[in-house]
Design a protein around this ligand. Structure first.
Ligand code: ATP
Length: 388
């Protein structure tokens, strides 16, 4: 068995320009003090403003820093923003900071991704950022986390969606160690439906991984983070090396050409880890070293897995993308899915026991604070590498 293993550990980072990651409880700090609060490692400081200090809407002609992000990020009247109250900090992604907020108008708890415009421009990811929102607006599926709203402030972009209180699949996996094959089968069937749906729309996700799969209150999956997704027409090929190293298909690691089949490889890595508690190949420092590891690995499943699951993994983790499983009928007729109906309503009929079982309580949220545009002081610390 040539598979190297790495058990549940810290979340692997996506391949994108580098930037700081350690973030403390700065939201609590933000809520408790008046001055700008630095976000560690990001060169970003949040200065809470009262409604009276809200920056005025830009006049006509629009400044370029506004028009560049239109129409995907409309300018929102400040009154709308003030209906949002920050309930807490959720995560620091490689692109933005995710906050939990209360939408007072709709009495709904939401998550807002806050992305500094300057970072988008510095990293030359404007097109990608707009594509993320336009794709998320386009997709409507029971196992996709849909977009609620998107808008821009003076210095930040905001992407809002429903808050998933049950957390993400990575956190659940780390707590559980690994899942039973019945649970893996259910999660796999839900993800098969999502990927088939996206690929039929001509969308390749390119970052299928546990951290990008949220769980709804009944433990069913919601694929999220379309930050690396793009439209790829049938027969068209991509060449950009992107994704999260441990999940990237060999044809992506080698710089393409690659197609939607790359997502099915990522699904294979994900299911391997869910079922065995270990990644099939340990992470390497960069895509060149990772490609070598992937080439040398035989991707044999641990003997504890059933022959049907081992076969599914082998057929997803197939080096030749043309021989990889990739159509719905491949899965419908597969022995691992015997008895499974690929119907979203039926799959969601029962709650997922392992996901809804009681877990240690979350930290109590801080007192709500008004969500002001975050007129942030974005002065980057001197000597920061460019881009990132
Ligand atoms: N709607 C949500 N509800 C609850 N948690 C969320 C929500 N959206 C995101 N998160 C949490 O925030 C984390 C980062 O979110 P997201 O992946 O969208 O950000 P990102 O900047 O694109 O990160 P990365 O590129 O590192 O994956 C997720 O792994 C998840 O744990």
């Amino acid at each position: 068995m040539g598979a190297t293993s790495s058990g549940p550990g810290p979340a692997p980072a996506p391949v994108r320009p580098p930037q700081g990651r350690a973030v403390g409880s700065w939201v609590r700090a933000l809520l408790g003090r008046a001055g700008p609060v630095p976000v560690p490692g990001s060169g970003l400081a949040l200065a809470p403003r009262g409604p009276a200090e809200e920056p005025p809407l830009p006049g006509w002609p629009l400044p370029q820093l506004v028009s560049l992000f239109l129409p995907e990020f409309p300018v929102r009247p400040s009154a709308r923003q003030q209906q949002l109250k920050i309930l807490g900090f959720v995560a620091k992604g490689s692109f933005g900071t995710i906050l939990k907020v209360l939408d007072c108008g709709r009495e709904k708890v939401c998550a807002v991704k806050v992305v500094p415009k300057v970072e988008v421009l510095r990293r030359d990811t404007l097109k990608q950022c707009k594509e993320e929102v336009s794709i998320q607006r386009q997709v409507r599926h029971p196992f996709v986390h849909g977009l609620g709203d998107s808008w821009q402030g003076q210095r930040h972009l905001f992407i809002m969606c429903t808050y998933c209180s049950t957390g993400d699949l990575h956190a659940l996996w780390r707590a559980a160690g690994r899942f039973t094959e019945a649970t893996v089968r259910l999660f796999a069937a839900e993800l098969v439906l999502v990927l088939v749906y996206l690929h039929d729309l001509g969308i390749v996700h390119r970052d299928v991984k546990m951290e990008n799969i949220l769980l709804d209150e009944r433990g069913h999956l919601k694929l999220t983070d379309f930050g690396l997704s793009r439209h790829l027409r049938w027969g068209e090929r991509a060449h950009t090396i992107c994704g999260t190293l441990q999940y990237m298909a060999p044809e992506v690691l080698s710089g393409g050409p690659y197609s939607h089949a790359a997502d099915w490889w990522s699904l294979g890595v994900l299911l391997f880890a869910l079922a065995s508690g270990e990644f099939p190949v340990a992470p390497a420092g960069d895509h060149v070293a990772m490609l070598e590891r992937v080439k040398q690995s035989s991707y044999e499943s641990p003997p504890a897995l059933s022959p049907a699951l081992a076969r599914l993994l082998a057929e997803l983790l197939c080096h030749n993308p043309l021989h990889r499983l990739r159509y719905l009928h491949h899965f419908q007729g597969h022995p691992f899915f015997r008895g499974v109906t690929f119907d979203a309503d039926l799959l969601q009929k029962d709650p997922v026991a392992v996901a809804v079982a009681p877990r240690p309580p979350e930290q109590p949220p801080p007192d709500p604070a008004t969500f002001a545009d975050f007129a942030c002081d974005l002065a980057a610390p001197p000597g920061r590498p460019w881009p990132g």
